[in-house]
Design a protein. Structure first.
Ligand SMILES: Cc1cc2nc3c(=O)[nH]c(=O)nc-3n(C[C@H](O)[C@H](O)[C@H](O)COP(=O)(O)OP(=O)(O)OC[C@H]3O[C@@H](n4cnc5c(N)ncnc54)[C@H](O)[C@@H]3O)c2cc1C
Ligand code: SF4
Lengths: 297, 553
């Protein structure tokens, strides 16, 4: 049975939710800038919230609307990422955390996971669910989520398209795409705490009138809050997290990027052979190729 | 048994009727949820529109929303003229007397602006009761308990909801009114069809000689509409005009009139050339059915916990040329809520419907909607023989002579409210009389009109749609020409020979014989409701947020 959201107290923190987000270069047409070799010019390209993190935020918001609780949005990155957190708050956040200092810079997914994991363990109370976006638009590794969940020793559900949280039993039931394949959906049940990665196919569901009313109120509140988002922002550096600089940032990153290739142009999906339509022979060949597609006769 | 969410009150539709109902409920601290199918209130709505605040009415818009006139309306209407047109001549009557009779104020409005402003107010008020207003939710029918009694509503987007009272303010295409059996869509004679355009005109003040706090309404009747019973209007907004027509649906059907062409006859009439020219620019084309309360208003607009208010209950009064729908929707919405508040206090919410009906009678609203005198007029005058005699008399030398003798006293007669309330629904008042008045008392129109109105394809292409692909909201049940062919001309976005509209006629060969068949494509539909009455359809509103979206209304 789902909790009756209509009598739910707005400030009740039945469930603590963390959403991980990150900034990526804005790859949209007209925003992104490449040099003559086809390499991304980070300085000239604005940074935006990783587009897939939107689904993580929506899943978190659905959980809050339907089961109550609190949503903390966390990111690791340069101080400029504050605005990424503001962007997230426009979708929904109760409070914001930015893990930022020089020592954390240039971290790979491993060092990032260690840093985030430490920050999560420092949160009080500890979260019941962490949502993260399905791979980032720049790195495309999809590693950070699973590595963080491994570091926390939590179960992880990926490619999630719908979720239902059962607070009484401290369980989460999720529908997920098997192998990321849209045609095969499986339902899994996992105990909290757990790590959830929504798929871009994720759809928030609000079947009750009260859900919609609450969604409307929460959305209004968060937009209001986002205007002066710094009031709810906490910044943590490596000292506050009690982290050894040798194990984080560039120094703590085992990954060595061998080479960065320019983004290739999309290949043509079809091959074309130029033929002379006046040549009977060539035309017959074409007809021969087409005949099997034309049906029985 | 299901456990559904329960609210004390559900209001369906956030037009003037729903907004008024919700305001009174919220003022009385009743937990109220308002469900609106549009992306925003007003996005589905069309009015001429002049909103009246009647002195005799127990509730007016500004009683409930004190800042209404400041934020939601266009301009006060301070002049009211009726043009009796005959060919190139017109006799203009000043109907200020009629316009001002029982009128506290009257403003022109555009519905998107008006309704969305009201919605913000309603949202705030109802949120405080623990409810609120939800957009994009289409109510698709009533929810009945195990004894068959109405206890709530069912929706496309969310689970059913139960309530102590359900106020249906879902307008002329009310699905609640039909699914409860309180209204039907069978007789064209119970309806008008209103078609209108909003025309961009930043220099309204200069052209009409107005101040920001004055405005003018021009009405048109006579021989310009091919004998179809009805008339035209032109109302001044702040920086635009609303130009439109309202015709009896049975007359449209009888004459097989193309409604958008009738509107074009008005737009291109020489008389309008004094105000509009080749720079004419239409912002929006729209249409809606309009109930004729004299016939359509249900005297007992309630069943179990369901109460109908406004157009949903047929409460739209045509008082001569004056169209009063919004004001009655406001009054009825407020009275329905008041009835619930009182009955709840007495612990007998089951009597809410009866109480509401009583209030409609006691406050005189029902008498305005269904004037007792009209039944007399109807009995004597609304038949072909009587109409032929009267029309014959008026057009005869004797009649014409009499009109000449009466002369400008005719204007006085037109200004008598009680007469305007009981006009017979015949060609006499709409066509014959104004035409003869125009001929006998009129002066020649000097202005020329160079406007070329856009065609249907262009009008449709300017509208915004969010089409529910693969899920047409109207289904044609009978595609024979005899049963559904009338929609080809009556549908405001269809026309004979036009391939881009909703209804089309196709020739098909059946057993070697050529027959006409009707086909329907709902994509360009503007949800006016006309074909629900004139064709054999299974008519539904599109689901929430889908379909046409009016920006002016
Ligand atoms: C061309 C024209 C000119 C007119 N001129 C005037 C005039 O000058 N003065 C005047 O007073 N009146 C005029 N009217 C009539 C007037 O528009 C109506 O009488 C008035 O709008 C009725 O108000 P209402 O609140 O009952 O319904 P509406 O204003 O129609 O509101 C109904 C609301 O319910 C919503 N709704 C409908 N179905 C559902 C559903 N299933 N689920 C959820 N929501 C739903 C709609 O989206 C809409 O917001 C005119 C009408 C037309 C067409
Ligand atoms: S299809 Fe029917 S409801 Fe739609 S615009 Fe035409 S007549 Fe009106």
């Amino acid at each position: 049975m789902e909790a009756d959201t209509r009598v739910m107290d707005n400030n009740s923190s039945d469930i603590d939710i963390v959403v991980l987000t990150k900034g990526v270069p804005d790859f949209r047409e007209g925003k992104v800038s490449f040099d003559e070799h086809g390499h991304l010019e980070r300085g000239k390209t604005p940074t935006v919230m990783n587009p897939n993190d939107r689904f993580a935020l929506k899943a978190a918001l659905q959980t809050k609307v339907r089961s109550g609780g609190k949503i903390t949005v966390m990111s690791m990155g340069p101080p400029g990422y504050k605005e990424i957190l503001q962007e997230a708050m426009n979708i929904y956040a109760d409070d914001l955390y930015l893990l930022s200092d020089r020592e954390m810079a240039a971290a790979d997914t491993w060092a990032t996971s260690i840093t985030i994991c430490t920050a999560i363990e420092k949160l009080d109370p500890k979260p019941d669910i962490i949502f993260a976006g399905f791979k980032t638009a720049d790195g495309e590794t999809g590693h950070t989520g699973p590595q963080t969940s491994w570091a926390l020793q939590w179960p992880i559900i990926t490619h999630v398209v719908s979720i239902d949280v059962n607070l009484d039993e401290k369980k989460i039931t999720a529908k997920r795409l098997v192998q990321g394949d849209i045609k095969e959906v499986e339902t899994v049940e996992v105990e909290l705490p757990c790590f959830v990665i929504p798929d871009p196919e994720f759809e928030a569901e609000y079947p009750k009138a009260s859900h919609r009313l609450r969604l409307q109120n929460l959305t209004e509140e968060t937009r209001e809050r986002a205007i002066s988002y710094e009031e709810t922002l906490t910044m943590w550096d490596h000292k506050e997290l009690n982290l050894d600089p040798d194990y984080i940032g560039l120094d703590g990153s085992p990954t060595i990027v061998g080479r960065v290739d320019p983004i290739p142009k999309a290949p043509a999906e079809r091959e074309a052979t130029i033929i002379n339509f006046k040549s009977k022979k060539e035309m017959e060949e074409v007809l021969g190729v087409m005949a099997p597609f034309a049906g029985e006769d | 048994m299901h456990e559904y969410e329960h609210y004390e009150a559900i209001v369906v539709g956030a037009g003037p009727g729903g907004a008024a109902a919700a305001a009174v409920l919220a003022q009385n601290d009743i937990e109220t949820i308002v469900l609106e199918r549009g992306v925003e209130p007003g996005s589905k709505n069309v009015s001429g529109g002049l909103i009246y605040a009647e002195e005799s009415s127990p509730y007016t818009m500004d009683d409930l929303f004190p800042e209404f006139r400041k934020f939601a309306t266009e301009r006060p209407i301070t002049e009211y003229k009726l043009h009796n047109i005959s060919g190139k001549k017109t006799a203009t009557f000043d109907l200020k007397g009629l316009h001002e009779s029982d009128t506290e104020w009257c403003d022109s409005v555009l519905r998107r602006k008006m309704d969305s402003w009201l919605a913000k107010e309603v949202q705030g008020m109802t949120q405080e009761t623990g409810g609120g207003l939800l957009n994009g939710i289409r109510v698709n029918g009533v929810l009945r308990d195990e004894n068959g009694k109405i206890e709530g509503v069912t929706c496309d987007e969310i689970d059913p909801i139960t309530a102590d009272v359900v106020i249906a303010a879902d307008g002329v295409t009310s699905e609640l009114a039909r699914s409860s059996g309180l209204m039907n869509w069978e007789r064209p004679e119970e309806w008008f069809q209103g078609v209108k355009v909003v025309v961009d005109l930043p220099k309204v003040d200069n052209i009409f000689g107005l101040e920001p706090d004055t405005g003018i309404a021009h009405l048109f009747s006579g021989d310009l509409f091919d004998g179809v019973r009805g008339g035209g209007f032109l109302y001044t907004n702040r920086e635009s005009l609303s130009i439109g027509t309202v015709f009896h649906l049975d007359s449209i059907m009888e004459k097989e009139a193309e409604t958008q062409e009738l509107l074009n006859k008005l737009i291109t009439h020489p008389l309008l050339g004094q105000w509009i020219d080749e720079e004419y620019c239409e912002l929006e084309y729209s249409a809606k059915l309009v109930p004729d309360s004299k016939k359509a208003a249900n005297p007992t607009p309630h069943l179990d916990r369901l109460l109908l208010v406004g157009d949903a209950g047929g409460q739209m009064q045509a008082q001569g040329p004056i169209i009063k729908g919004m004001n009655h929707a406001v009054t009825a919405g407020a009275l329905a809520s008041e009835a619930f508040v009182e009955m709840r206090e007495r612990g007998s919410i089951d009597k809410t419907g009866e109480r509401y009906e009583l209030k409609l009678r006691q406050t005189g609203v029902m008498n305005k909607l269904r004037p007792p005198m009209y039944s007399v007029v109807k009995a004597i005058g609304e038949n072909k023989v009587a109409t032929a005699i009267v029309d014959g008399l008026i057009t005869s030398p004797i009649g014409r002579g009499a009109i000449r003798v009466i002369g400008n006293k005719m204007e006085k007669l037109y200004n008598i409210p009680i007469l305007s309330m009981a006009i017979p629904d015949t060609s006499t008042p709409y066509v014959t009389l104004p035409t003869v008045i125009g001929e006998e008392l009129g002066t020649v129109i000097k202005s020329k009109n160079s406007v070329k109105p856009p065609g249907l394809a262009e009008r449709i292409s300017k509208l915004s749609y969010d089409t529910d692909i693969g899920k047409p909201h109207i289904k044609l049940i009978d595609n024979s020409y005899a049963d559904s062919g009338g929609a080809v001309t009556a549908c405001p976005v269809s026309a004979v020979g036009f391939g881009g509209g909703c209804y089309r006629v196709e020739e098909v060969e059946i057993d070697g014989k050529i027959e006409f068949r009707v086909s329907l494509d709902t994509q360009p539909c503007i949800e006016c409701g006309t074909c629900a009455v004139v064709a054999k359809t299974e008519w539904n509103n599109p689901r929430g947020n889908k379909g046409v979206e009016f920006r002016h209304g």
